[in-house]
Write a protein that binds this ligand. Structure first.
Ligand SMILES: [Zn+2]
Length: 236
């Protein structure tokens, strides 16, 4: 019998979009639920990258920090990644070309997937969400986010592919973060061109949705769901 692979999601992207930025789960606890994933930090101070069981913060000043267990996050999604499909990309392709190839291996469009791509990229375009005050809408913060494009870089893309019907809980489609092999550069992936590399697609059987039940701001927040979904489309 195969084991059940569970995607662990802490808080919802919708709540983050509404400006609930306070970190309420520790990295230490988060990492007990998975070894690969994405998220953000307290006060949305950059991008969270979880790779091979370690957590890193990519900030707008182009620094990468490995995070200790006591650091808290407001939003994250991690999974004990297990490759189900592995293939090699041997020729240059844009991100949309590669995604089309990846999706040809999906069994339908209704299951989450974990994604891990180790490759050289002739182009990698990322953003790092800048630190912001609680209550500022994410979409407003994202209008002034640092973006960087680097060339000829080797590293790993990690992330989650979410089915359309879960849009709002998470981002429908790809949510990918990048970190270089030498841990000097990374961020939330906007677009890229892959040279060659290895792509792993992981199956996900279950979703565990965890909520910040001790956070009164979350509990009593009045959320405009339609607006939040639109914000996700713009900001993510
Ligand atoms: Zn992200």
């Amino acid at each position: 019998m195969t084991n059940t692979i569970k995607l662990f999601q802490y808080n919802t992207l919708g709540a983050l979009m509404a400006g609930l930025y306070e970190g309420t789960m520790t990295i230490g606890e988060l990492l007990t639920h998975g070894d690969l994933g994405v998220g953000t930090l307290d006060s949305i101070d950059g991008e969270l990258i979880v790779l091979d069981g370690k957590a890193y913060q990519a900030k707008g000043d182009k620094t990468i920090t490995e995070l200790s267990d006591d650091i808290k996050v407001p939003y994250a999604a991690v999974v004990p990644h297990q490759a189900e499909v592995v293939f090699k990309q041997r020729f240059s392709a844009t991100d949309s070309e590669l995604k089309e190839r990846m999706e040809s291996y999906f069994d339908g469009q209704n299951l989450f997937r974990s994604i891990k791509i180790h490759a050289t990229f002739s182009k990698m375009h990322v953003r790092m969400i800048p630190r912001a005050k609680e209550g500022t809408r994410f979409v407003e913060v994202s209008q002034n986010q640092p973006e960087y494009e680097i060339e000829n870089t080797t590293g790993t893309i990690v992330g989650i592919w979410t089915p359309e019907m879960f849009h709002g809980v998470s981002v429908a489609g790809y949510h990918l973060h990048y970190i270089t092999d030498d841990f000097t550069f990374g961020g939330h992936v906007l677009d890229f061109t892959i040279n060659d590399g290895e792509i792993e697609i992981g199956a996900i059987d279950q979703l565990e949705q965890s909520f910040p039940v001790q956070d009164r701001k979350y509990l009593f927040a009045k959320l405009n769901v339609d607006e939040l979904k639109k914000d996700i489309d713009i900001a993510e």
